[in-house]
Every structure is written in structure tokens, then in C-alpha cells.
Design a protein around this ligand. Structure first.
Ligand SMILES: *Cc1c(COP(=O)(O)O)cnc(C)c1O
Length: 372
């Protein structure tokens, strides 16, 4: 009897345990921010950005960043219909209306032409989400943003390790948001990061993140404006420091897993995996298989086959426009259709080759027994 194959799992070594223990034992009083500041510094260096604020989640980082950009009631934000709800919820909480656009068939990320068509007088932000580690076409999006005076923000929660023509995902937009949830390439349990190259936006977000208390404010208990509280704890940051010291290895391992799936699934006509166009690096957070429509392999077939093999593979994101809170919103035709024939494959750093073969065998069997 073979054991269950998990969907994702963090890579935790003695380094993480050691730092977390040190933070729990000594990281109090005047040392209560030591690991937080070190984590932010390591992250800034890794990404090549001047400013970073550790947060309790990517959702919090997005909420702070969008608030810092002034997104509010009556505004519209544009994002791909294919997304997890965390990418849109902060904008909705700020009173903005999401406009869902379709995705490109190769990257499953938002279609720049559809973004341009969706821009109107109320558009206040374009949220570029690098889905599953795949990169949005940042040159096209930044150009559209510049021409229309609309900031492009990056939800890079799934794109640690992804690089667009020499620039890291999350470092190109008005700001970037990252997640260190337990399923992500690196983790702090829960956690996130806000990054930006814009010094004024950084100051606004820093103030917002500290319940509206400006950095220079000397009056005690004196908020200058109504803010938020989305902070990371020092103990979580200690784990983050250890993960950042190992980041090259963590990403390399994720990339190796995707590369191995590519080998194991090569030659299957009509089956595609995450793309890696020339000039880019895919951080490979989530290996995903897409079956061509003609093969007739559907989501229910995949779900049943993986469940029978005791493999925790997951469904592709449902279009946001199909969810109950957005019912009636226009969405994307491809976004609506592709989720019926795509699936996320398990991927964690210490996954064995034997486990990858078991996963690939299920995909190969689905392909062999196709209806189309
Ligand atoms: C995981 C994820 C989030 C949410 O991250 P949290 O840290 O759980 O808030 C946001 N956007 C994307 C694209 C994600 O994958």
C-alpha cells in the first residue's frame, strides 16, 4: 500500500527551527523587531527592490498597497478572471468594483489586449497575478499602464523565483505582494511581504500598516489617519530568515520538480504544462497540466483518478466571475472553459522521483483512456 502524496508541504530544516527557537527565547523587548528587520532586508536584496514591509499575509499586503494607491469606492480594478479570491477581496473591501478579463491560452495570465479594452475613466489599478509561477506579459501591461496613467500592481504570491527578462516578479509594478502561506515556495506559516520602488508609496503604506501612525510622529498613541494592522511576528520572521537563506535551493528544487514532470509527460499529444518563454524563468510554484479540449479529459475524470491513486492534486481555479459574490459579472470565455480540463499536480521540495512517477502515471493513464 503506497502512502498518500500531499499537494504541497514546506521544507523546514534545523536552520528554521534554530532561528525560531532563538526568536522565542530572546526576541523580546528591544530585540522584538530584530528578525523582522533582517527578513525585510534579505527579501529586499533577493528581489532587488529598495523597500519592503513584512505583513501577516499577501492579502494584507495587497490591501495595504491598494489603499496606499488610493483605491476606493467608485473605482474599478482590472484583473484576470482566473484567480484565487485573495487577489480581488482587498479591492472589494476598499469599495472598488472588479472588472474580470480573459486569460491567454499559453500563460493562463491576463490578456493585455483584454486589459486595454477594459480600461475606462474609473480604472484605478491593474492587478497582474503571476499564476502558478507563470509570468504576466509585463512589458505589455506596464506599457498599457503608462499610456493610460493606471498603476500596474503585481500579486507575486505564486511567483517567488520567477524572472521576467532580468527583473524578478514583484519588482516591476507600482508594488508587489508575496505570500508565505504554508503551501507556497517559502513559508513562515502565514505571512506576506509588500515591496515597492516608490518611496512615497512606501511611506504611506508604512503609516497605514501601523494603524495610521506616521514614522516621525512623536505623540504617544496618536494615529494620524485610520490604518490597518497586518504585521508579521518576530518568530514568524525568524523562520522567514532561514527560508530566505535557502531561497535559491528552495526555488531550484521546485523548478527541478516541474522539469521532471515535463520529462515524464513528454510525448503526450495535447497535454501542456506551465510555460517558460525565452528570456524568462518560471519559479514553478505549481506544476499544472492542461488537456487539449479534443482529448475530452475533464475535471471530474482527473479528480476521480487522482483520488483513487491517493494523490492530493487540485482543481484549476474557478473563474472569479462564477463565484456567488460576483454572480452576474462578465468574465472570460477561456477562463470559464479551461478550468474544466486543467489540474494542479503535487509539488513539494522533498518529493521523491517515485512519487513524481506515480503522479505522472495517473496523467498518462487519463491520456490513454481519453474519450476524444
Ligand atoms: C496564496 C495567494 C494569495 C493569498 O496569500 P495569503 O498570504 O494567504 O493572503 C494571494 N494571491 C495569490 C495569487 C496567491 O496564490
Amino acid at each position: 500500500m503506497s502512502s498518500r502524496i500531499a499537494y504541497t508541504r514546506p521544507s523546514i530544516t534545523e536552520l528554521e527551527v534554530g532561528y525560531a527557537t532563538d526568536a522565542a527565547r530572546n526576541g523580546w523587548g528591544e530585540h522584538c523587531y530584530d528578525y523582522i528587520h533582517r527578513f525585510e532586508s534579505l527579501f529586499r536584496s533577493h528581489l532587488g527592490v529598495p523597500h519592503a514591509i513584512a505583513t501577516s499575509s499577501a492579502t494584507g499586503a495587497l490591501h495595504l498597497g491598494l489603499a496606499g494607491l488610493g483605491v476606493g469606492p467608485g473605482d474599478e480594478v482590472i484583473l484576470a478572471d482566473t484567480n484565487w479570491i485573495a487577489s480581488v477581496a482587498p479591492a472589494v473591501h476598499l469599495g472598488a468594483r472588479p472588472v474580470f478579463v480573459d486569460i491567454l491560452p499559453d500563460t493562463w495570465c491576463l490578456d493585455p489586449a483584454a486589459v486595454e479594452r477594459a480600461i475606462g475613466p474609473r480604472t484605478r489599478a491593474i492587478i497582474a497575478v503571476h499564476l502558478y509561477g507563470n509570468l504576466c506579459d509585463m512589458d505589455a501591461l506596464l506599457d498599457i499602464g503608462r499610456r493610460h496613467g493606471v498603476p500596474v500592481v503585481e500579486d507575486a504570491a505564486e511567483a517567488l523565483g520567477s524572472v521576467w527578462h532580468g527583473r524578478r516578479a514583484g519588482s516591476m509594478g507600482a508594488f508587489g505582494a508575496f505570500s508565505f502561506h504554508g503551501t507556497k515556495t517559502m513559508t513562515t506559516g502565514e505571512g506576506g511581504m509588500f515591496v515597492t520602488g516608490d518611496a512615497a508609496l512606501y511611506e504611506r503604506v508604512l503609516t497605514l500598516s501601523n494603524h495610521g501612525r506616521a514614522r516621525g510622529q512623536t505623540r504617544q498613541f496618536w494615529p494620524d489617519l485610520l490604518g490597518f494592522k497586518y504585521k508579521l511576528s518576530n518568530v514568524q520572521a525568524a523562520i522567514g530568515c532561514a527560508q530566505m537563506e535557502r531561497i535559491e535551493d528552495l526555488v531550484a528544487r521546485k523548478r527541478a520538480i516541474l522539469a521532471r514532470y515535463r520529462e515524464l509527460l513528454s510525448g503526450l499529444e495535447g497535454v501542456t504544462l506551465n510555460p517558460e518563454p525565452p528570456g524568462t524563468v518560471n519559479g514553478a510554484w505549481m506544476p499544472t497540466v492542461v488537456f487539449a479540449p479534443a482529448l475530452g479529459v475533464g475535471r471530474e475524470d482527473m479528480q476521480a483518478a487522482f483520488a483513487a491513486a491517493d494523490i492530493d492534486a487540485r482543481v484549476f481555479f474557478h473563474p472569479l466571475s462564477s463565484l456567488p459574490m460576483f454572480s452576474g459579472s462578465p468574465g472570460g470565455a477561456l477562463a470559464a472553459e479551461i478550468c474544466g480540463r486543467a489540474f494542479n499536480l503535487p509539488s513539494f521540495h522533498d518529493m521523491t522521483d517515485e512519487e513524481q512517477r506515480r503522479v505522472a502515471d495517473v496523467v498518462r493513464r487519463l491520456h490513454r483512456e481519453r474519450r476524444g
